[in-house]
Design a protein around this ligand. Structure first.
Ligand SMILES: [Zn+2]
Length: 181
């Protein structure tokens, strides 16, 4: 135990808990089919404090456009720093139900054809586009104004959510290859 983590009365003060996302190559259909039995990879070390024990922390129900029902997503927790690690299928952004590919198609349709994708709710598409414009202005400046698809790709390449309204730093995201337990 780190002695500086002790409070005046000698009690152990838990470090501030964090929340992290690990993106893994995982097939949605397979997760839906196998439910709790889906072989999620277990992080070998805590991405926050590098502790070598990471415990299972139940499941979370997440929703994606590709499925009508919620999908059980594995969570882990580090007992040393209380960080909760949430798995997420690669190809999706944190907190967005549409895939990155779908959002990109919508942005491209708006930019190139000046119309929204007919198969998707217009309000959602407007929300994504406005989010992207705001982020491009804030992070890339006005020169990107004419090239929103390029701006989108730039954010994705740099592991930044291109369409989020949140200007708080995103929870740390890691890419992890699936491993068989
Ligand atoms: Zn930790």
């Amino acid at each position: 135990m780190n002695p500086t983590a002790l409070t005046n009365n000698g009690l152990y003060k838990a470090p501030k808990s964090e929340f992290m996302i690990i993106f893994v190559s995982a097939n949605l259909k397979k997760i839906l089919q196998l439910k709790e039995k889906f072989p999620w990879p277990r992080p070998k070390i805590c991405p926050n404090c590098k502790s070598h024990k990471v415990w299972g922390h139940g499941f979370l129900l997440a929703y994606f456009d590709e499925s009508n029902s919620g999908i059980l997503i594995r969570r882990y927790r580090c007992p040393d720093c209380s960080t909760v690690i949430r798995m997420r299928p690669a190809g999706y952004l944190a907190r967005f139900q549409a895939s990155i590919k779908t959002i990109r198609s919508s942005i491209a349709s708006k930019v190139i054809k000046q119309r929204w994708l007919p198969v998707l709710n217009r309000t959602r598409q407007q929300h994504w586009f406005r989010g992207l414009v705001r982020r491009a202005k804030a992070f890339l400046g006005d020169t990107w104004k004419e090239n929103m698809v390029k701006a989108f790709d730039h954010f994705v390449t740099h592991k930044m959510n291109p369409v989020t309204r949140s200007f708080k730093p995103e929870p740390c995201s890691f890419q992890m290859e699936p491993t068989e337990e």
